[in-house]
Design a protein around this ligand. Structure first.
Ligand code: SAH
Length: 288
């Protein structure tokens, strides 16, 4: 069947008594160019194993299976399983894994199901879990790239440059792990039911090493989050909250100035190098 034809989709879903769940972010693709182009962008090919999240009825799964060696696809909604058994029947390189991706040990799943293959991740993500899923995929450390469809607004935040309104803690998290590109937009009319917002496909190509050397990764991300926690706070106040009563503001001010920054600077102005230097100085301060 044509997995992107609204008439055929409705007949299939009707036959199985399926109901769309808003909570599970179910918006199914109905324009064939979208799963085709997304699968092509994902790097799926010979020798490549793909982890997909949320296959739905399987339009993207089918495209990935045609290009890649194997596709493992985690689906939360059990009512989709009998439907997928039908739509994926012709693909012997697709394995559907029932479960919640947020409760899945992703590295273990890759080791078990994609052994011997170079792994990539690809998905039209349920929008309510975009940030935790992307974080988990990047931190899993097992993917060469992560190609996902998400809300455009989040895509812009992920791919933002320092100094722009979209630049934030999540930008730095994603760009720490990967080179992030916004590939193309997908309008609401490409989905059933149509979402309220425009979507974008982004590709995150995982880096061999981080863009900056960081002395303490945990502290680095604490500093980043603190700097953006309250947008209107200056860096002095943000770091003061992070470092607590033991460190007075004049110490923090001199620490900031030692990084060649002005004390009234706001988080969105700071580059990777600035955050790395700040982290380094805080580590040294704590060693005293
Ligand atoms: N890939 C399909 C469906 C996208 S809709 C398409 O493009 O047409 C999002 C899908 O993610 C749905 O199938 C939904 O049931 C599934 N899903 C939602 N939350 C999930 C979770 N926590 N873990 C795994 N799958 C989830």
């Amino acid at each position: 069947m044509d997995l992107c034809n609204p008439k055929e989709i409705k007949a299939l879903l009707g036959r199985h008594g399926f109901r769309f769940s808003k909570q599970m972010g179910q918006n199914f693709l109905i324009q064939p160019w979208v799963p085709r182009q997304t699968a092509e962008a994902s790097g799926a090919g010979p020798g490549i194993g793909v982890l997909e999240i949320g296959p739905g009825i399987g339009p993207l799964t089918a495209q990935l299976a045609q290009l890649g060696e194997k596709v493992v696809s985690v689906e939360l909604d059990r009512t989709l399983l009998p439907i997928l058994a039908e739509t994926m029947a012709d693909y012997d390189n697709v394995e559907i894994v029932p479960g919640d991706i947020l409760k899945t040990d992703i590295p273990a799943l890759c080791r078990e199901k994609l052994a011997g293959l170079r792994a990539v991740a690809c998905a039209n993500l349920p929008y309510n879990i975009t940030t935790p899923v992307i974080t988990a995929l990047l931190q899993a450390g097992c993917f060469a790239s992560v190609t996902v469809m998400i809300q455009k607004e989040v895509a812009q935040r992920i791919c933002a440059q320092a100094g722009t309104a979209q630049y934030g803690a999540f930008t730095l998290l994603c760009q720490y792990y990967a080179d992030c590109e916004l590939l193309y937009d997908v309008p609401p009319s490409c989905f059933l039911p149509a979402p309220k917002v425009t979507s974008s496909v982004i590709r995150m190509t995982v880096r061999g090493k981080p863009p900056v050397e960081v002395p303490d990764e945990t502290l680095f991300f604490q500093v980043v989050r603190a700097a953006f926690a309250q947008r209107r706070k200056t860096l002095v106040n943000a770091l003061s909250t992070l470092l607590g009563k033991d460190v007075d503001k004049s110490t923090i001010k001199s620490l900031i100035c030692a990084c060649n920054l002005t004390e009234t600077v706001r988080g969105e102005r700071l580059s990777f190098a600035d955050f790395a230097e700040l982290t380094q100085k805080i580590v040294k301060l704590r060693q005293k």
